[in-house]
Each structure stands twice: as structure tokens, then as C-alpha cells.
Write a protein that binds this ligand. Structure first.
Ligand code: SF4
Length: 264
């Protein structure tokens, strides 16, 4: 889902504008909810959370306490994004990959990504490294996505529509993780340079409170995770889509391609 990153040069300015807006939004939330003053928030900016370090610490502690093998319910958007995450986490957790993506347009694209997801897991399991990986394909329910995105169809990728799209998928993941008595739930989405890791972790932590399942913090793009996923995708010859998933992101990509063609 993140391999269309290279297409983004042309909208770099829009991205930085959006990032600035997000920072402003985060500042407001922190200053009001956590500290009650903007001055105190200043200290928080300097001490911004490093999700990768938090994960490193948790895994180190788990290993030290000989507690590897806990059960992780891992939402996955596609095989390429999950390739590095599974390679990284399979020695620490018994993972069930949950492929649940009602955002994907259209059904044939959804099925193609699902098939690649399963093919990768079969290949990993044949290697016998770490714990065996299970996979669960969720229902394809695009109507859930369209209902969620209603009124936000024209929102640029990376905006409010995406936050709701993250939550739609993570809520279902948390719900099933609770039903299945998993120790943790998480998502592969943080590997993408185009996904907002802060927002994803914020949503995950909120749902963790709601469903009483631990959220595994992550920022999988760190430690060269994104780069490694590109290598693994080539190694396993994985299908790599050039748009995020929904029909709006597909239209956005097609427009960019047409603009580039006209410029050439
Ligand atoms: S671009 Fe579409 S599919 Fe991708 S996260 Fe945003 S809403 Fe979801």
C-alpha cells in the first residue's frame, strides 16, 4: 500500500502543509488535554515519543523475561507492507495476520492483495523461522468504508478521511483481538511513509482502552523497515499496487500520472 510513495514528489508541498496542520492539531490536543498550557507543551515537543524505541524496549524486556510467544493479532493492509513486519516480529510473537481492508476498490484488487498476503505467509511458514504465522481474511465490506468516508470524498490523501479509514480497520482488529483473547493487537500501516504513525498509535491506544487488549506501539518504517520491505517484495516477487486502496486514492494517482505524462 505504500509503494506509490515515489509518485508523491509533485505534491510534496501539499504534504508539508498538511503535516504542519497536523502538528498544530496535535499541539492543541496535548496542551488542552494533557498539560493545560501551551508553555508546558513546548517541553513535550522536545520529548516527542519515539514509537520504535518504545517497541525495542518492550521486546527486550519480553525476551529478558523469557516471555516470547505471546499472541499478536496483526492487521495487515497488504503483503508488501507485512513482509518486513512479519520478518521482524515472528521470533517474538505467535502472529495471526488479519487482512481486513474494506477501503480497497475494487473487489478484484481486494482479492489480488489478499491472495498475495496468503502466498507470502505460506512462503514464510515454509522457512520454519520463528513462530508459525496464521492468517485470517476478514469480510470484504466496502459499504462500511463508503459510509465512513461519506462527505470526505474530496479530502486529499493523508487527511481526515484517512484517519477514519485507519480507525475503521483498527476497530475491527481490536474487537476480534478481544474476542480471541489475544495479548496484543497492531497494524502494519505504520511502515508506510505516507501514513501518520502518531495518529495510528493514538487510535490504537484509544481502542486498547475500549477493548481491553494491549496495543503494540510501532513505527515500522524506522530501522530501515520500509527499505527492507522493498527488498523483500522484490525477493518474493510480490504484487505492489501503485495507489493506497480506495477509489479516491486511485483517482488521485491517475491524475498525477496524467499530469506527468503531459509534462514529459
Ligand atoms: S487514501 Fe483511501 S484507502 Fe488510503 S488510508 Fe486514505 S481513505 Fe483509506
Amino acid at each position: 500500500m505504500f509503494f506509490y510513495f515515489i509518485y508523491y514528489r509533485q505534491i510534496g508541498q501539499a504534504c508539508s502543509l498538511y503535516k504542519n496542520m497536523q502538528k498544530k492539531d496535535i499541539r492543541q490536543v496535548y496542551s488542552l488535554k494533557k498539560y493545560g498550557s501551551k508553555e508546558r507543551f513546548g517541553a513535550d515537543v522536545e520529548n516527542a515519543r519515539n514509537f520504535q524505541k518504545e517497541l525495542d524496549k518492550l521486546l527486550e524486556q519480553q525476551e529478558k523475561n523469557q516471555e516470547n510467544g505471546k499472541r499478536l493479532f496483526l492487521h495487515s493492509c497488504c503483503a508488501p507492507c507485512s513482509s518486513y513486519v512479519l520478518e521482524y516480529l515472528r521470533k517474538y510473537f505467535r502472529i495471526t495476520v488479519f487482512y481486513y481492508n474494506p477501503n480497497i476498490s475494487f473487489a478484484n484488487e481486494y482479492k489480488r492483495r489478499a491472495a498475495e498476503q496468503k502466498r507470502l505467509i505460506e512462503a514464510y511458514n515454509r522457512q520454519g523461522i520463528g513462530y508459525p504465522i496464521e492468517v485470517l481474511e476478514g469480510d470484504y465490506e466496502p459499504e462500511q468504508f463508503y459510509q465512513t468516508a461519506k462527505g470526505l470524498e474530496d479530502c486529499p490523501e493523508g487527511g481526515e478521511r484517512c484517519f477514519l479509514c485507519y480507525e475503521l480497520r483498527l476497530r475491527k482488529t481490536a474487537e476480534l483481538a478481544q474476542k480471541g483473547n489475544y495479548d496484543y493487537f497492531a497494524t502494519t500501516l505504520t511502515i508506510s511513509p505516507l501514513k501518520n504513525a502518531k495518529k495510528l498509535n493514538e487510535i490504537g491506544e484509544r481502542l486498547s482502552q475500549e477493548y481491553h487488549v494491549n496495543w503494540l506501539v510501532s513505527d515500522f518504517k524506522k530501522k530501515n523497515g520500509y527499505k527492507r520491505s522493498i527488498e523483500l517484495s522484490a525477493e518474493y516477487d510480490l504484487y505492489r499496487q501503485d495507489y493506497c486502496g480506495c477509489v479516491y486514492s486511485k483517482q488521485e494517482r491517475e491524475k498525477q500520472k496524467a499530469e506527468r505524462k503531459n509534462e514529459a
